[in-house]
Design a protein around this ligand. Structure first.
Ligand code: AMP
Ligand code: TRP
Length: 331
């Protein structure tokens, strides 16, 4: 059976980008077709300035939202990274296989480090080593497929390189994974800045639709999305990024193709209206289920406890084997 692993960082509230780029595929496809694990990767939330209480809160919220989005603990394993020691154990071994040049070439590292330095701050070492921990997340489980948004392609490539290198040097220990992306929605852009990704941030985010935004807030954000001064509604990601983003979102909600929507709409206003309603309807059941789950936090805790126990059991033998192969006196 195909083994699937993916993760989400509790660095902010989950967005429509997270949902269309990743979580929806996990719930609708991956968990039914494969042996799948989904992880709230809380250790990855410590790579930038953070508030401990907020990370704990967001981890619980992310786990609750994953369940609200349809992940079913009967079908897949849902857990929190820091509750399974094997991730950190394996990460160190992989740091002995990766090079510092490789880590420094990661686009996300370069961008985030530059931003941090511009603000006069210092860069945590964990920001540099983060993709190695991500490789450990993936490789510990013998993962075949990693369903993610486009922005994670380079990190999954690194995991592949490390698996191949380890296997060549120290003997076959890891499956070589590959990234998979949704056909539409793999890169949802910020509604106010359609050339940047819709990412989680700390601000209210007029360009970011959060999964828990009220319907009227969703409508307002989409109706105010930045488009361009053209008039025809055609799909062109390069020349008309704002418009293309709305077409992508609508197509992703409806399960269609954005190119097929070219020429269908007479005005930007009509397109925005339909997109807003499609998103509101998409989020409605998730929000409803989230409300129910929030009333039963003990259930969520129990799912995570059982998930961590299962994950630990799955990861332990492979991580032990890697320890022995690289020369450690592991049990
Ligand atoms: P993160 O929020 O960075 O932990 O991302 C969790 C998952 O959501 C990853 O698979 C990302 O690739 C995906 N993702 C995040 N933002 C977007 C976006 N704007 N469009 C599509 N996928 C996204
Ligand atoms: N780096 C991913 C992100 O920012 C999150 C992540 C961590 C992940 N470990 C993973 C995704 C393992 C897939 C598999 O979105």
């Amino acid at each position: 059976m195909t083994r699937v692993f993916s993760g989400i960082k509790p660095t902010g509230h989950l967005t429509l980008g997270n949902y269309l780029g990743a979580v929806r595929q996990w719930a609708e496809v991956a968990q039914h077709r494969t042996d799948a694990l989904f992880c709230v990767v809380d250790m990855h939330a410590l790579t930038v300035d953070h508030d401990p209480a907020r990370v704990r809160r967001l981890s619980r919220q992310a786990a609750t939202l994953l369940l609200a989005s349809g992940l079913d603990p009967e079908l897949c394993t849902v857990f929190v990274q820091s509750q399974v020691d094997e991730h950190a154990r394996l990460s160190y071994v992989l740091e002995c296989v990766a090079t510092d040049g490789e880590a420094r070439r990661m686009i996300q590292y370069k961008e985030k480090a530059a931003r941090e330095r511009e603000r006069g701050g210092s860069v945590r070492l964990s920001l540099l080593t983060y993709p190695v921990l991500m490789a450990a997340d993936i490789l510990a489980y013998g993962t075949d497929e990693v369903p993610v948004g486009d922005d994670q392609t380079q990190h999954v490539e690194l995991a592949r390189d490390l698996a191949v290198r380890f296997n060549q040097r120290y003997g076959q220990a890891f499956v070589v994974p590959r990234a998979t992306h949704p056909k539409v929605g793999a890169r949802v852009m910020n509604l106010q800045e359609p050339t940047s990704k819709m990412g989680k941030t700390d601000d209210a985010g007029p360009g970011i639709v959060y999964l828990l935004d009220e319907p009227d807030v969703v409508r307002k954000k989409i109706m105010r999305a930045v488009t361009d001064s053209g008039r025809e509604v055609v799909y062109d990601r390069v020349a008309r990024p704002g418009l293309a983003n709305l077409l992508d979102i609508l197509a992703a909600c409806e399960g269609g193709n954005p190119e097929d929507l070219s020429g269908v709409y007479e005005s930007y206003g009509a397109l925005k209206k339909d997109t807003a309603e499609a998103v509101v309807e998409l989020l409605r059941p998730v929000q409803q289920r989230h409300k129910e789950l929030c009333a039963d936090p003990a259930y969520v805790e129990e799912v995570l406890r059982l998930g961590a126990a299962k994950a630990r059991e799955m990861a332990r033998p492979r991580v032990d084997a890697a320890y022995r192969a690289i020369g450690l006196l592991a049990g």
